[in-house]
Design a protein around this ligand. Structure first.
Ligand code: HEC
Ligand code: HEC
Ligand code: HEC
Ligand code: HEC
Ligand code: HEC
Ligand code: HEC
Ligand code: HEC
Length: 410
């Protein structure tokens, strides 16, 4: 975790989630959730679910969208590290000003546009930023790519033009936030739409996954003797594909396949009511990008087809499990206690080493075709690597991983 992100977490630790999830709402009555009275707001969950709540502050879902400021942005605003050069005449400079942090476009030394970092999205691999213009949101032209510690052009943006014109709609935020209210409610999904800026809940909060829980919180408050959960979906009792849909609503890619924003999605709802089936039901790994399509890729795996696993078999979404390869591998060996790998032959050191890492060989990182990033040096296009969820045998990387594990080739 980058230091700045740690600092961010430190800062917010202990401050009620209200401040983070409901920035625009702090000064209104804290009881009213912009989604309506069926929602309690995450700060109420904290009283009774302390452990889950404090773990969750470290999960990337929690901070996937947030107010952009010095602590929530990975990139540098210091001279020497704050310029993205577009062409010989044009550059974008990340500047700290009295009214905030800005991306300032210069052509031949003259300012041609300047917009503020208002909302930050991501931060694990890449970070992108949005600014408000009136009641609409737009993406800033420069993003940040952690693997390179470098500013880059925003994915899909022309890498030589200072373009500030890409609107960000509710579709984008419906996977990266908890709520956003479109002013023209009945309009179909569209770009450049206008939002009610006082009714925005950034980050993915408890009720975004668990559904409206005010009645649950009220009931449990009034009946402290009742240790059983009431008025809330109990995950273990849900049918398997309903469990899968709780993740698939955001982890099956392609926002242009959305029929409507998914903010109201709750456990028990089906993704087919929100998304066109064409891509969502495609399970041909050859046609699926590793970015965003975990649901379909997992569904295409023999592990999934021949067992009863779901996403929570391997993931505890309340905690930050990133990089815990040995822990993940224990999930594999819980079903695959005995595997005789042909390449092990008589190599006990290798046999021991692979026990702690089933992942690099069977769920390798693959380059996304959907995202291309350019560095400030521009001639290089760097791959955006995501772990495939098509669990399988990838013989092309066997020897590379063996040498990583035991320091020698196959
Ligand atoms: C007054 C205490 C109280 C409050 C407030 C509260 N809960 Fe609970 N919750 C409980 C109790 C008691 C249970 C049952 C025991 C358990 O599973 O922890 C429970 C269980 C749950 C479960 C587990 C269901 C299952 O799978 O077994 C979820 C999910 C849940 N609560 C979510 C929430 C959310 C989200 C909020 C905030 C909006 C919230 N709770 C607020 C007391 C509370
Ligand atoms: C509301 C949309 C949404 C839902 C619902 C959702 N996710 Fe995510 N998930 C995201 C987004 C967006 C990210 C990327 C977060 C980031 O890095 O900014 C993400 C990231 C992740 C990660 C990577 C975490 C990391 O730190 O690298 C895992 C694992 C994950 N999700 C699993 C799940 C599982 C399992 C479920 C279902 C229980 C689920 N998600 C439900 C949107 C969602
Ligand atoms: C259908 C859901 C969905 C939509 C719509 C969506 N994303 Fe994502 N996004 C994800 C998921 C899931 C991840 C992380 C897992 C992955 O890469 O597969 C992610 C990852 C990211 C990351 C990298 C996060 C990190 O921590 O490294 C950024 C930045 C991002 N998205 C920005 C956007 C922007 C901007 C939009 C709108 C133009 C958008 N996304 C639309 C689901 C979505
Ligand atoms: C990304 C989706 C997601 C988010 C966000 C989320 N949960 Fe959960 N939660 C789950 C899933 C999935 C399970 C079931 C895990 C299992 O049974 O393996 C679960 C289980 C629970 C349980 C019962 C089991 C346990 O671990 O105690 C409680 C209580 C709970 N969640 C509360 C919360 C609270 C409070 C928040 C906010 C701080 C929250 N959840 C945020 C997906 C989510
Ligand atoms: C819930 C149980 C379960 C878990 C967890 C699980 N698998 Fe599997 N896996 C299976 C089953 C069942 C099969 C099918 C076996 C068969 O066809 O004989 C399978 C098949 C496989 C195959 C063969 C794939 C193919 O296409 O032939 C590989 C490789 C594999 N698993 C690796 C893994 C790895 C690595 C993990 C951890 C990331 C894992 N599995 C987690 C149950 C599981
Ligand atoms: C068999 C175990 C297993 C299952 C089931 C599983 N995952 Fe994963 N997932 C992993 C492992 C292992 C990683 C890599 C963790 C790491 O590198 O830190 C991972 C990583 C991820 C990431 C981050 C990818 C990246 O490269 O940034 C996302 C997002 C994710 N999983 C979502 C899901 C969703 C959604 C589901 C259900 C559709 C799911 N996972 C089911 C094992 C699993
Ligand atoms: C260095 C790469 C590598 C590592 C590490 C690795 N595997 Fe494999 N695995 C393979 C290859 C290659 C095959 C294909 C069969 C063979 O070569 O024996 C395979 C085959 C399998 C199969 C299918 C066996 C069959 O008979 O169909 C399963 C299940 C499996 N591995 C599970 C695991 C588990 C669980 C772990 C972690 C304990 C693991 N693998 C670690 C490369 C690896």
């Amino acid at each position: 975790m980058p230091a700045r992100r740690k600092f961010l977490l430190l800062l917010i630790f202990g401050i009620p989630l209200l401040v983070i999830f409901g920035q625009c709402n702090i000064f209104d009555s804290p009881k009213v959730d912009p989604r309506g009275s069926a929602y309690a707001g995450s700060e109420r969950c904290m009283n009774c679910h302390k452990a889950v709540y404090s773990d969750y502050l470290h999960a990337s879902h929690f901070s996937t969208s947030r107010i952009a400021d010095e602590h929530s942005i990975n990139g540098s605003f210091m001279p020497g590290g704050n310029v993205y050069t577009l062409n010989k005449d044009t550059k974008i400079v990340m500047e700290k000003r009295d009214s905030g942090l800005y991306q300032v476009a210069y052509a031949n030394g003259k300012i041609i546009n300047a917009q503020r970092f208002d909302i930050a999205i991501g931060g694990i691999k890449a970070e992108t930023y949005l600014y408000w213009a009136g009641n609409s949101l737009y993406q800033l032209p420069v993003s940040y790519f952690n693997a390179l510690n470098s500013w880059t052009n925003s994915p899909g943006y022309h890498n030589a033009i200072a373009d500030f014109s890409r609107p960000v709609g509710a579709d984008c935020m419906s996977c990266h936030a908890s709520y956003m209210k479109t002013i023209q409610q009945d309009q179909p999904l569209q770009q450049g739409e206008e939002f009610d800026r006082t009714a925005l809940i950034l980050g993915i909060d408890c009720e975004r996954c668990h559904g409206p829980a005010a009645q649950h919180a009220d009931y449990q408050t009034e009946h402290p003797e009742d240790k059983k959960a009431a008025y809330i979906a109990v995950y273990s009792t849900l049918p398997r594909m309903v469990k899968m849909d709780m993740c698939a609503i955001c982890h099956s890619g392609a926002s242009d396949m959305m029929l409507r924003p998914s903010f109201t999605f709750k456990p028990g709802d089906r993704v087919s009511d929100y998304k066109l089936p064409s891509l969502f039901q495609n399970t041909d790994p050859a046609q699926l990008d590793v970015h965003g399509n975990q649901y379909q890729l997992l569904k295409s795996s023999q592990c999934f087809i021949k067992s009863n696993m779901d996403c929570a078999t391997c993931h505890n979404v309340h905690t930050n499990q990133r990089g815990q390869i040995a822990l993940c591998s224990q999930k594999c060996t819980s079903c695959h206690a005995q595997v005789s790998h042909s390449f092990i032959k008589n190599d006990p050191a290798l046999a021991t080493a692979i026990k702690g890492n089933c992942i690099d060989c069977h769920m390798p990182e693959r380059s996304s075709n959907a995202i291309a990033l350019n560095t400030a040096q521009k001639s290089t296009v760097v791959p955006y690597l995501v772990r495939t969820h098509h669990i399988g045998v990838y013989t092309d990387i066997t020897s590379e991983v063996i040498s990583k594990l035991v320091g020698r080739g196959k």
